[in-house]
Design a protein around this ligand. Structure first.
Ligand code: FES
Length: 289
């Protein structure tokens, strides 16, 4: 029995509904929706944006709790305004972290999707508790407010662990081409006459899958594995000088490997390519400029 079958049905159904809702919302926005998704994924950043955003609420909430505890231990209320301000800034930052996290999560499957949903539910609980704490502080009910925000920090800490679990154990959002070097020297990969015009062709050199495309007198060679989650770019769609991943629609430029649409954020490694002796040859661009 697979892990998916073991998972509670309600969690799977909730994940389905939420992902469908997010997908519909982004699609309904047309090109603007796509740009918003790219922004939240971190395409412009060249790195997933969510991990950077999460530092804001976690950092401020830790500061707030530290001030609260020092204030309580010393029976000194001078740190209370600082604790309240840090709590409020963390709440603001949490909305950014939630938006980026949900966007990344909308393109996940299986165990990482379930773990991500639990991560999101815990974070939502912590955010709600912190919002209540902030209101209680305004009403002068400080003891209950501090209890709530301190508990929320514990929930946030466990949830952060789950976020790390997703990246380091399940491989969510890691660069699938981090170790892809390609051949150092010119390596023949296929006969020239086997590479037609405007066709996605997969080949392999030095243990690396490479995508070849011949277009208007040029041959482009980029890594065939999508940097987002490992999708096979050779099974995707060719649009002018770009290739679109068949799994979640990331678009890469064939000329320089740049990500034009996410959810991928890491560019595709590009290889040098030439024709020699009736063969298409490639080599890594890393050591040869
Ligand atoms: S694997 Fe997700 S866009 Fe390619």
């Amino acid at each position: 029995m697979s892990q998916g079958q073991n998972a509670p049905d309600t969690l799977e159904k909730a994940a389905d509904l939420l992902q469908q809702g997010l997908g519909t919302a982004f699609k309904a926005g047309g090109s603007s929706g796509r740009q918003v998704k790219n922004l939240l994924n971190g395409v412009w950043f060249g790195h997933p944006l969510h991990p950077a955003m999460t530092d804001i609420p976690v950092g401020f909430w830790m500061l707030s709790t530290t001030f609260d505890l020092l204030s309580g231990a010393n029976k000194d209320s001078r740190l209370a305004p600082g604790a309240d301000a840090a709590l409020g800034l963390g709440i603001l930052g949490a909305f950014g972290a939630a938006a980026t996290g949900l966007t990344d999560w909308s393109d996940t499957y299986g165990k990482e999707r379930r773990t991500g949903l639990i991560h999101a539910l815990l974070n939502t609980s912590a955010l709600t508790a912190n919002c209540l704490s902030w209101i209680l502080r305004r009403q002068g009910r400080r003891k209950l407010a501090v209890l709530l925000s301190t508990t929320a920090l514990g929930v946030t800490t466990y949830s952060s662990y789950l976020g790390g679990e997703m990246v380091f154990n399940l491989g969510t959002l890691i660069n699938r081409n981090a170790w892809a070097t390609g051949p150092e020297d010119w390596t023949p990969v296929m006969p020239s006459n086997a590479l037609p015009e405007n066709t996605l062709c997969k080949t392999r050199a030095n243990g690396t899958n490479i995508l070849l495309v011949r277009q208007a007198g040029n041959i482009f060679a980029i890594n065939e594995t999508c940097s987002h989650a490992g999708g096979p770019l050779s099974e995707g769609h060719l649009e002018k000088d770009t290739v679109i991943c068949p799994w979640h629609g990331s678009r890469f430029c064939l000329v320089d490997g740049k990500v034009l649409d996410g959810p991928a954020t890491f560019k595709a490694p590009v290889y040098q390519v030439r024709e020699s002796g009736g063969q298409v040859e490639v080599r890594s661009a890393i050591n040869h400029g």
